[in-house]
Design a protein around this ligand. Sequence first.
Ligand code: NAD
Ligand code: ZN
Length: 357
Amino acid sequence: MAQFRNFKMVSYVVYGRGSFNQLDEILAPQRKNGAPMIFLLDHFFDGKSLMGRIPLRGNDKIITVDVTHEPKTSYVDKLASDLKEEFGTVSGIIGIGGGSAMDLAKAVSLMMNNPGSSADYQGWDLVKNPGVYKAGIPTLSGTGAEVSRTTVLTGPTKKLGMNSDFTPFDQIVLDPELTANAPVNQRFYTGMDCYIHCIESLQGTYLNEFSKSYGEKALQLCQDVFLKTGWDDASDDKLMMASYAGGMSIAYSQVGVAHAVSYGLSYLLGTKHGIGNCIVMNQLEEYYPEGVAEFKRMVELNNIEIPQGICKGLSDDQFDAMINVSLGMKPLWENALGKNWESIMTREKLKALYQKL
Ligand code: NAD
Ligand code: ZN
């Protein structure tokens, strides 16, 4: 592997309140021979005013996507094969929603031009062909999915992203107005995903000036937003840029303990990414003392309930399954604890941590 990551970024970015209104103009040059644009819309917006603002032309189609559960490879495959059957080819896939809807859009775009199942491409650099044009429009801020080179999918045997240079969006539309109606708890959990990205990146052994410059800015924006009570437009503006910068920070470093442990929860119990990270972060004083203290202040100030006792009554086999998934995330552990991580995070130690959650 090359020593320095040569990473592919999103090609176009538009930012600002009301920038969603520019979507028609942005998509016009991407329309190919009458092939439709397909909008994958988070089901929360079904029938809401945002749905009516989608700039439909010709035989464009809105598909409201079910994000009750985090995206599965089977769902991606079904969406892509239905589109191939109905249209043959499409001009592009536009994902509008939280991290789940955006990840679905990335994955469906790739599967329009790659054979087989999306499960075949879970891993690093397995995708063979570029996807169709794809754009991401976040309606929740925090995951950084708008800038990342992955789309996280749960497949038949693993939960792992399609990580590739073909995965980043061609265009993102960052319009903070779209995040205004998010429920307080959801906004917090997804926002904390960003906060945790910052702590894990800034405290990690992979840190470098590139990651640091984005991570510090994202951290400061998260602090501006969550170390106070009340919410206003500026909070939405700031959190959207925090998500972007936090994503850029981990693109050139890595996440750490909270993510590695949270992946195990998600695999076994279906715990969602944002809340799962919060449940784990709540118990990580040993690894991120200052970050966890500040996280707890944020939880308190924003009046959020972090679930506890979610691993009560699990069997040894179930703990083993979570431990296997978690310890499989080697780069995360190495970033968090250094090259010697295996002697620090033993199976016993990790089990004790899971038992506390
Ligand atoms: P989400 O997309 O799973 O959505 C959570 C809930 O919020 C859903 O019920 C959704 O309908 C609703 N919602 C979305 N926007 C809303 C709005 N404006 N108002 C009200 N409700 C709204 O949540 P998320 O935290 O943004 O994303 C988590 C997903 O992102 C997971 O699937 C995770 O694996 C993925 N993820 C991907 C990356 C990446 O780099 N690709 C990084 C982190 C997380
Ligand atoms: Zn995350």
